[in-house]
Design a protein around this ligand. Sequence first.
Ligand code: PLP
Length: 377
Amino acid sequence: MKKPFNKPYFTGKETDYIRQAVESGHISGNGMFTKKCQSFFEKHWGFKKCLLTTSCTDALEMSSLLLDIKPGDEVIMPSYTFVSTALAFVRQGAKIVFVDSQGDHPNLDDVLIEKLITPKTKAIVPVHYAGMACDMDKIMALAEKYNLFVVEDAAQAINSYYKGKPLGSIGHLGCFSFHETKNIQSGEGGMLAINDEHFMKRAEIIWEKGTNRAEFFRGEVNKYGWVDIGSSFLPSDIIAAFLYAQLENLDDIQKKRKEIWNTYFEGLQALAKKGFFQIPQIPKHATNNAHMFYLVCNSPEDRTGLIKHLRENGVHAVFHYLSLQQSDYYRKNKDNRELPNCNRFTDCLVRLPMYYELSPEETTMITTLIGEFFMKS
Ligand SMILES: *Cc1c(COP(=O)(O)O)cnc(C)c1O
């Protein structure tokens, strides 16, 4: 058996749509497929306004510009996340204040946030790990109390909900990724959801290199020019054409991923009950979009051994994230707070292969290999 960690799924329509984009003669940004994707998101999940970007990293950078993050501002976020969550704000000179994860879930521990808020705090950036919602009511209440902005890093959270509300639609801004490791993908790709109306006009300007070009093309102004800061955040319509094919297959993709997730969950439950490791718990307020299946070992040695055993049998399992607070780049700024839960996930979490073409039989073979490892050791 040879099982990679990830295998990007192609629905078969991608190349047809790319051909259509090419034949239409418009393959730069904000073309027909970009509009189709954006309105799909707006209709399907009720985001007030969506802008496609070339990555979630870009959507986060746009957020940082929209919030006018300046040197000395403080931004609160989990340490257990991908670099991009921090990078966008660091680039504007912000000081990042990391929060620990919850004991039983990699999501940030909302109980710890309030103590970290100072007069310099500008924003909270919750990350919905594995597409499972942070407690957004608590986070939004804090934001309101202290007059802060909330940017949801919903990179992994497409088609997932908090108390019935789509993730990415609750904070002032929401950032999504369509990197090839995500549920819906276009190789590289992302999207900014703008939920607070007061950011809408400026978001479009920042997206279009600081110009009011989008307004011009809608006929709202009779010439366009340089009106603000910005960058080239919009993807080519070729990327949007690819993404649209994926969006049309959303239900099928999600059904398949949930089947795989459930097969892992059921196959590993007995071993988890015996205490060999922990399996994901879906918070009561959250849904599961089957972005990822992970387990948390009892020790780094178990994790290393398990990954090795799987690899010897052709199965590629991986670990992540290295706590950002401990990174070479950030360590010099670290305060004296330890983040024990984050460290435990850094040391003990394993992600299992998860992709459309993984069959239930192969998934079961992987759970059998995991059982073999723990029953032997
Ligand atoms: C994938 C991911 C990102 C980065 O997404 P890109 O589209 O590759 O920029 C950011 N944050 C989290 C939590 C992610 O999982």
